[in-house]
Ligand binder design. Structure first.
Ligand code: MN3
Length: 226
């Protein structure tokens, strides 16, 4: 399967054939009060780091896949030998999703989508407010660990959807193009929000990097046939 048109930057970033943990693009306390510094530190420095370590460990047994990006591995699990597949699945997914997640947020959020992204969101959901409500509701009702996503489909161009995935699965595994994602694992919010996942989802809009989401949409718009 071809890897869908999503930018594969940090997910592909490797040193000497080893996957590496990308640095956070801001200070650990930069997204306070929405995301507290301790949560950010644990989330990036232990959880994400652990996925990278486990991915590199799993690939020691599969030297023929040493040059593959984490995104490619996730989208081509059939190419991974059966005995390594589960470890590569979970760790590559964790690495790809968290890499996209850090880049989806900024301390300088402008609060609202702009331009063609805004138009496509309005066309798909009726209004930006409705999109946000639907995204929060999908994330709140998802059972257990997973992610909530805004996705586009190559065949339907301007028609966007909200989906959730279990574990660290990524919609790219089904050929969809991820534009925005939020982490529904308890490690993402529990220290500050306890069991109030809906409060976390609602507060999260204050740190979304709509410029970055707009760039992802522009890449997709350029790459896909109308
Ligand atoms: Mn996480």
């Amino acid at each position: 399967m071809n890897t869908p048109a999503i930018r594969d930057t940090y997910a592909v970033s490797k040193v000497g054939g080893r996957h590496r943990l990308p640095p956070l693009p801001y200070a650990v306390d930069a997204l306070e009060p929405c995301i507290d510094a301790r949560t950010m530190t644990l989330h990036h420095d232990t959880h994400h780091a652990d996925y990278v370590t486990k991915l590199n460990t799993a690939l020691l047994d599969v030297p023929e896949l040493q040059d593959a990006s984490a995104l490619w591995l996730l989208c081509n699990l059939n190419e991974v030998p059966r005995e390594s597949r589960a470890a590569v699945h979970h760790s590559a997914g964790g690495h790809v999703n968290h890499s996209l997640f850090w880049e989806s947020m900024t301390p300088d959020s402008n609060g609202e989508p702009q331009g063609p992204l805004r138009d496509a969101l309005r066309q798909s959901f009726g209004s930006i407010a409705t999109f946000k409500e639907d995204f929060e509701a999908a994330g709140a009702k998802h059972f257990g660990s997973g992610w909530v996503w805004l996705v586009a489909a190559p065949e339907s161009k301007r028609s966007m959807n909200i989906v959730t995935t279990v574990g660290h699965d990524n919609p790219a595994m089904k050929g969809l193009v991820p534009l925005l994602l939020n982490d529904l694992w308890e490690h993402a919010y529990y220290l500050r929000y306890a069991n109030r996942r809906d409060d976390y989802l609602n507060a999260w809009w204050t740190v979304v990097d709509w410029n970055e989401v707009g760039r992802r949409f522009a890449d997709f718009d350029k790459a896909s046939p109308r």
